[in-house]
Design a binder for this molecule. Structure first.
Ligand code: C5P
Length: 228
């Protein structure tokens, strides 16, 4: 089977409190999304990289993406939620993708994706029936809070993992799972709702998601110290 990437980038990044969607915030002189698109496009195992943009995206065309080469395919078909955007991307790409091909869904908001993250994910899941995702073991002690921020319980962190992306599943399985799912925040939970068990592949904390302004500084530090 071949491997395709889908990068949902149709969100508005409201938690960043910035003037533009976070995928376009500047990071080392490039739009934030550029960094992970470059790594995905350069991955020898990946055939094409579909970027799902909002229908009324006004910024994509203002940047030059030509250095990323012919694997990059922008699709202006984003939906109301992340899952809708991924599903729209799967549908738009369906004529190029076989049912048993792997699809790697990667957040536009995770700019520090490294080549080894992709290689490890693909290598460890190559013989898997279902697929899986990059994740890291939870380091902090977790508290479940009540309505008034009183601690109701300490959640044992043993066996708890933080889900990252890419998340890699078979095209047909992912599409069916997302069509059936409601209120999922990642692809794996749609697969879980279908009664299947995605496999966790250990990544590392450098593959962070830019959600709050501090994360941009961390991402810049990680990319600078990795490349320099
Ligand atoms: O908001 P959050 O950080 O969870 O978004 C994760 C990813 O999903 C981002 O890359 C964002 O652009 C994308 N997204 C999308 N369509 C939406 C909402 C979010 O493609 N309607």
């Amino acid at each position: 089977p071949r491997h395709f990437a889908i990068v949902p980038a149709a969100g508005n990044g409201s938690r960043m409190a910035a003037s533009r969607p976070k995928q376009y915030l500047p990071l080392l002189g490039k739009p934030l999304i550029f960094h992970s698109l470059a790594v995905l496009c350069a991955a020898p195992a990946i055939d094409k990289v579909f970027v799902v943009l909002s229908v009324d995206d006004a910024e994509w065309r203002r940047h030059d993406w030509s250095s990323l080469g012919p694997k990059l395919v922008p699709l202006f078909c984003g939906g109301a939620t992340r899952a809708d955007s991924v599903l729209a991307g799967l549908r738009a790409a369906a004529h190029e993708v076989e049912p048993s091909d792997w699809v790697l869904v990667h957040d536009a908001a995770r700019p520090c994706l490294a080549p080894w993250h992709i290689e490890k994910l693909i290598r460890e899941l190559a013989r898997d029936e279902v697929g899986g995702l990059l994740a890291v073991p939870v380091a902090d002690t977790l508290k479940r809070a009540g309505e008034h921020r009183q601690v109701l319980a300490t959640v044992p962190r043993e066996n708890l993992w933080q889900a990252q992306t890419p998340q890699m599943f078979r095209h047909v399985m992912l599409r069916r799972a997302l069509e059936a799912a409601t209120h999922v925040t990642d692809e794996a939970s749609a697969i879980e709702a279908a009664g299947l068990h995605p496999r966790l592949v250990e990544g590392d904390a450098t593959n962070l998601k830019v959600t709050y302004p501090l994360d941009l500084h961390l991402a810049e530090w990680i990319l600078t110290n990795r490349e320099g």
